[in-house]
Ligand binder design. Structure first.
Ligand code: FAD
Length: 304
């Protein structure tokens, strides 16, 4: 009951534009620095360097919420191309993750696609890869349509499929050959489109992981769930799937010891690193997802 109330409070805070705007002026607070790698690209690159030294690969995500003007979307596009340039200049091992709503998807589809072209051209020039994060269900079909369109020109782009959606298995079949990040799914979706019970989501998650791996496609398994990770290890061993065909992914600041031990066991492991001054919404969503993360916030609250 308490967990549900706190979840709703954090979700409400994450969607509150005024709070998000005020928080930009604060700098990282309440322990957010444990899950957000700084407010600027320099601090993010420093974290990438630090993680690379431990054998971890990275993907950078420039945080941005409530993009509702072309101006904001263009600014976000430039931030993303600059991030790719900074990665190349520093010679670190990181690709890029983007959200298309940040690039103007809700404003004008063609404008958003143009912005994606700018980012993908920069990535191609630097021999890098861009992952389109999957947002809520209302953006799922359009994201996949744009991805397929972009794949006609670029091979350095992939997306994410969410196991909680009924459509996930069919999507994975249709996207055979395309690099996919597979996740359980982070948004609150209706029972008309998504499994609501954890067991069913987990079952479907393993189903789509196996499907994509067996089709020979490059697969990123993005989870902190050690039960799933252990099942994946067994599955790849049993089916003689090469370790170059998949990677594990986890969020920055989560299960950091497990991230390192996966590397030590010889598994490619990538850390998803969010950064930027628009940190508040992301931080609130992480608190909503897992009440135990509140200890981050409390620790940060008392330390600062
Ligand atoms: P959960 O189902 O949350 O946890 C399962 C079990 O794992 C828990 O019961 C616990 O035993 C253990 N566990 C989990 N977390 C911890 C922890 N911090 N410490 C100790 N034990 C823990 N979602 C999207 O919708 N779109 C995206 O584009 C997207 N990209 C993502 C990228 C990455 C790299 C990651 C890691 C996640 C992404 N997600 C995305 C979020 C994802 O959909 C899930 O909401 C999120 O990862 C929580 O689910 P889980 O698989 O980690 O495990």
């Amino acid at each position: 009951m308490l967990a549900k109330v706190s979840k709703n409070i954090f979700l409400y805070a994450s969607q509150n534009k005024a709070l998000n705007t005020v928080a930009k002026k604060w700098g990282l607070k309440f322990g957010a620095s444990q899950v957000v790698a700084g407010v600027n690209i320099e601090s993010a690159i420093n974290q990438v360097q630090r993680l690379n030294e431990k054998g971890l690969l990275c993907t950078l995500d420039h945080l941005g919420e409530f993009v509702s003007s072309r101006e904001d979307a263009l600014e976000a596009t430039v931030c993303n191309t600059r991030t790719l340039e900074a990665i190349a200049k520093a010679g670190v091992n990181s690709n890029l993750s983007v959200k298309m709503t940040q690039l103007g998807l809700d404003i004008d589809r063609d404008f958003c696609v143009q912005n994606m072209h700018r980012i993908l051209d920069t990535a191609k020039y630097h021999n890098n890869f861009v992952r389109i994060d999957m947002e809520d269900y209302s953006h799922c079909q359009i994201t996949l349509d744009i991805l397929k369109e972009l794949r006609e020109t670029y091979t350095n782009v992939g997306t994410v499929i969410q196991a909680y959606l009924f459509r996930a298995e069919q999507d994975v079949k249709e996207l055979k050959g395309i690099p996919l990040r597979l996740v359980k799914g982070a948004y609150k979706e209706s029972s008309k489109v998504a499994y609501q019970e954890k067991e069913k989501v987990d079952e479907n998650y393993m189903r789509i992981i196996e499907e994509h791996l067996l089709s020979g496609s490059y697969t990123a398994i993005a989870t902190h769930d050690h039960h799933i990770i252990s099942k994946v290890k067994d599955f790849v061993q049993k089916n003689e799937i090469n370790r170059d065909q998949f990677e594990f992914q986890m969020l920055y600041g989560f299960r950091t010891e497990m991230q390192v031990s996966l590397v030590q066991e010889g598994y490619k492991t990538r850390v998803y690193i969010p950064f930027g001054d628009d940190w508040f919404g992301y931080f609130m969503r992480r608190l909503a997802e897992r009440p135990q993360n509140i200890s981050f916030a409390l620790r940060g609250f008392f330390l600062k």
